[in-house]
Design a protein around this ligand. Structure first.
Ligand SMILES: [Zn+2]
Length: 219
């Protein structure tokens, strides 16, 4: 197997891609580049960038403008990565500019994306899972009740912070969010499909089943 494998994992909310990213990171000794977690951490910082991100994402509920995202977040975080270790990208790229950004950055250091996995689940399954999901306060982990966390459990099994149910996890709002992110992501999916890089994985099976399917492709 190649020494530093670079993997992108994508999928709709509720597909369990975060769990797969963690399992892959452990198996192949990869660094996880998780945009959502990075943004949440920066938003907590009392710096110019932190305050701006907090205002955009937490107060206004908007999407961070791409130019800002590129300069202040991705570029800087990329420099902190260990060059001798493979990377798993979780939750990025979300838009075409981001996909091109990663291709270019990796090419510059003599690397490339080796695998792009899309963990596919139906809209109905997504809604079903998200309706019984809880979040954790600190790590932003998405936990499926009965699968990742017990109903009565109050602490996140991954980071130990408090778990709660999001108020906006109603079927209608979930559907809206799914449609919205699907619309944004579809050019990215087509881009990797056109390069024959997209590997679709059946996400409607156990986490172990999904994992087996994924690692079957890694040579
Ligand atoms: Zn957590």
């Amino acid at each position: 197997m190649k020494k530093n494998i670079d993997i992108i994992i994508m999928g709709p909310q509720g597909s369990g891609k975060g769990t797969q990213a963690r399992m892959l990171a452990e198996k192949f000794d990869l660094q996880i580049f998780e945009t959502g977690a990075i943004i949440r951490n920066i938003a907590k910082q009392d710096t110019d960038t932190g305050r701006k991100i907090n205002e955009i994402t937490n107060i206004k509920g908007d999407i961070i403008p791409w130019s800002f995202m590129k300069e202040k977040i991705l570029g800087q975080k990329l420099n902190e990565l260990d060059q001798d270790k493979g990377i798993i990208f979780d939750g990025t790229p979300r838009i075409m500019e981001e996909a091109e950004f990663w291709s270019e950055k990796l090419r510059k250091v003599g690397r490339n994306i080796d695998y792009v996995f899309y963990v596919d689940i139906s809209k109905e399954e997504s809604v079903k899972r998200l309706s019984i999901r809880k979040q954790c306060r600190e790590g932003g982990h998405s936990l499926i009740v009965g699968k990742d966390v017990k109903e009565e459990e109050t602490k996140c099994p991954i980071c130990g912070s408090e778990v709660y149910r999001r108020e906006d996890d109603t079927p209608e709002k979930i559907l809206n969010r799914l449609e919205w992110s699907k619309k944004l992501l579809s050019p990215v999916i087509e881009y990797y499909e056109s390069k024959n890089m997209l590997i679709k994985i059946n996400g409607e099976q156990s986490a172990e089943g999904v994992f087996e399917e994924i690692i079957g492709y890694i040579k």
